[in-house]
Design a protein around this ligand. Structure first.
Ligand SMILES: *Cc1c(COP(=O)(O)O)cnc(C)c1O
Ligand SMILES: [Zn+2]
Length: 412
């Protein structure tokens, strides 16, 4: 039995029973993204910090009483979540901030190599509980490869829509996992709209970001883990890369859950980091409005390249409610952060995966850190997913003849 007591529209505030709204608010339509509500007294009876410390389950399912599923036995057997949290002292030193208590949450270590597995894992159980024959998703690449991966592990059919321009490694993942894949001649936003229509037409279970309210619930597990790994002493700042806004909205939800359970004394400030060429949310934030003005994206960080962020309200409110802010970085700064992360800590991130760090570097350079904060940077996706971008971040290696002489002429 789970502890979900209903759903609430983030736009109009109306409450629904779970069986009254499949995806978005019936009154507001696709804009009416829903929040999942829990009976926290009920959760507290089944989940405690002491119980967690003794729990050998090293996946997101250690938090099952705080997740919107009934039958955890229907979950993928793959290990989703409980990713490493590394102390990053070499990185802090290289920023000239040796007193910074810097941590990296490496979510590239999930089964399909991105944080999206947390959301897909929850969606998969929900879809199976409903007896869905097909699960569909549109994606810049990672949500799709994640869904395809987890579906393959249990023999669930899925249909995927990605832009034709998605990085080849992500498309390769889809095909290796045996998904039905459509390469859409258009943008991610167009693939998204097509998938929405297809789900309505064919009755497929819809795993599109934001419109499926259970995805934020999966994504929130990343901050539950971070807080547990830090022994429930919350960080001061958490840096989160932002595209559609579902991850940062989920992180905000996880923090609200922990606060409702009385497990956190104070909340970290959430810093949403966007690429300059895809910064609709940061611009809305700067204008002090929740009104979204879509802009065609131009960043190389494909996973956060969106014209119209689908989870805007949750994303803006998560930052506002924690006293955080939005920061914008250039593609050059993202490439620099990829290099820095690899060279100081041995962690390889795709461009979007290193964008949180690029935000931290930017704030450090602007002198906006005290230098003694406890800081967590979410690394959301593995670098092998987009090798072409990685090669833009570094100089090419010299090719040499296989002789010691040739080597000597190259050494200083
Ligand atoms: C999806 C994704 C993001 C951004 O998440 P949103 O929910 O779209 O804001 C960041 N990094 C990676 C690697 C992703 O796949
Ligand atoms: Zn509504």
């Amino acid at each position: 039995m789970n502890q979900v007591i209903g759903l609430q529209c983030v736009r109009c505030g109306r409450h629904y029973r779970v069986d009254e709204a499949a995806y978005t608010c019936p009154a507001c339509g696709d804009q009416g993204i829903l929040d999942v509500l829990y009976d926290y007294d009920g959760v507290r009876k089944r989940l405690s910090r002491e119980g967690l410390a003794r729990n050998p389950e090293r996946t997101i399912w250690r938090y099952a009483p705080l997740l919107p599923v009934e039958e955890v036995r229907r979950a993928s057997p793959l290990n989703v979540g409980w990713t490493p949290l590394y102390r990053a002292s070499r990185l802090a030193d290289s920023l000239g901030l040796p007193g910074l208590e810097l941590w990296l949450k490496d979510d590239g270590r999930n089964p399909s190599a991105s944080l999206k597995d947390r959301a897909s894992a929850v969606a998969l159980v929900r879809a199976r509980e409903e007896g869905a024959e097909v699960i569909a998703a549109a994606s810049t690449g990672n949500a799709a490869s994640s869904l395809a991966c987890l579906c393959a592990s249990v023999g669930q059919r899925c249909v995927i829509f990605v832009p034709e321009q998605a990085p080849p490694a992500k498309v390769a993942q889809l095909l290796i996992f045996g998904a039905r894949v459509f390469l859409v001649r258009g943008s991610y936003d167009q693939a998204f709209d097509l998938c929405m229509e297809a789900c309505r037409t064919y009755g497929w279970y819809n795993r599109n970001t934001a419109v499926n309210p259970y995805l934020s619930e999966g994504k929130k597990t990343v901050i539950l883990e971070v807080c547990e790994q830090l022994r429930w002493e919350a960080p001061d700042l958490v840096f989160v890369p932002v595209g559609d806004g579902c991850i940062i909205g989920g992180v905000g939800k996880g923090l609200r859950d922990l606060q409702a359970l009385g497990w956190l004394e104070r909340l970290p400030r959430l810093i949403g980091v966007q690429a300059e060429g895809s910064s609709v949310l940061a611009r809305a934030w700067a204008r002090g409005t929740e009104e979204i003005v879509p802009v065609p994206p131009t960043t190389l960080a494909d996973s956060i390249s969106v014209a119209q962020p689908r989870d805007a309200l949750k994303a803006l409110r998560a930052v506002r409610d924690t006293g955080g802010e939005y920061v914008v970085v250039s593609d050059g700064e993202i490439l620099e952060a990829m290099r820095l992360l690899g060279q100081t800590q041995g962690v390889f991130a795709e461009p979007a995966g290193a964008t949180g760090l690029a935000g931290l570097v930017r704030m450090a350079r602007e002198g906006r850190l005290r230098g003694d904060e406890r800081v967590v940077v979410l690394v959301t996706g593995n670098g092998l997913k987009d090798v072409a971008s990685a090669l833009k971040a570094v100089p090419l290696a010299p090719a040499i003849e296989p002789t010691l002489e040739a080597l000597r002429s190259r050494l200083p």
